[in-house]
Ligand binder design. Sequence first.
Ligand code: SAM
Ligand code: SF4
Length: 326
Amino acid sequence: MQDRFQRQINYLRISLTDRCNLRCVYCMPAEGVQWLPHKEILTIEEVAAVVEAGVQVGIRKVRLTGGEPLVRRGIIDLIKRLNGIPEIDDIALTTNGMLLGDMAGDLKAAGLKRVNVSLDTLDPARFHSVTRCGDLNLVLRSINTALDYGLEPVKINTVAMRGFNDDELVDLARLTLEKPLHVRFIELMPIGTSDDWSHIKFISSQEIRELITGTLGNLEDEKKIPGSGPARYCRLSGAPGTIGFISAMSNHFCATCNRLRLTASGQLRPCLFSGREVDLKQVLRAGAGPDELAHIFQKAILSKPDSHDLAASWQKDDRIMSQIGG
Ligand code: SAM
Ligand code: SF4
């Protein structure tokens, strides 16, 4: 279905949980956040019912995220159910990679098509410090396992931060010369726990690009790769993988945004950066059928703002990315 600004909305990002097994410094406080009570979180059956309703208004792609989606019990069952909906042609997952190595086979068999793995550094001590408890080797192994199982394209999400990983961005880009990985550099956003320092840590996509080309040579523009969304892709000469830039701050991609978000607590959110939400859970639990739910989807799509203006006015939201669904 089209929204008021002629954008075709066909993509639903689903937060399966607000919980996580890591505590990345830009995303969550060290002590975690006040987790949602279990009864507030949509059940697996409810999530599947929401997607079935979304299909009626044109949803064709889903991404499972969180929090950390792989800590959510029932995720394999959910993927099987989503895979059984004929209109859904793409099921993807965004994960921190800690549990992916062990689960990749089951995820693939259930119908998962592809994964994005978050990886901000190749240095084990830095990895441990930015995630506050993560194990880099485990994540690197998971990335290889995902490639082995053909969960492709395997994309790497790297949040660029001055004074933290700016000296490693070239090394991360170099991964694309070695393996068919798609390394995407994400501009740090003033959301989550990053708002107090993201001004000083922020590095623009343009600067990252210059760092990479300065050392590794020219980047050639790349045609779209599956599920390319807001990233702009290019390739180093002869590389099996690509490099992407997600410029949410310096050059926002609102004009082509095709997505809605479903929060773990069952709210449909038309834009990550706007507090606007439509309550699906309440109607769902009141016994609404697919048509009524589809009507709520229509309402959410029609309330999608034309753009966010995060860079100009940093909006304060009560919730952080892991709660809304990153
Ligand atoms: N736990 C999973 C993971 O880390 O991939 C999925 C959820 S996480 C919120 C999704 C993505 O959001 C991650 O790639 C993470 O790096 C990114 N993210 C979180 N906070 C961010 C911020 N303030 N600015 C930019 N990206 C952020
Ligand atoms: Fe967890 Fe992902 Fe947030 Fe890191 S970015 S704390 S892995 S939800």
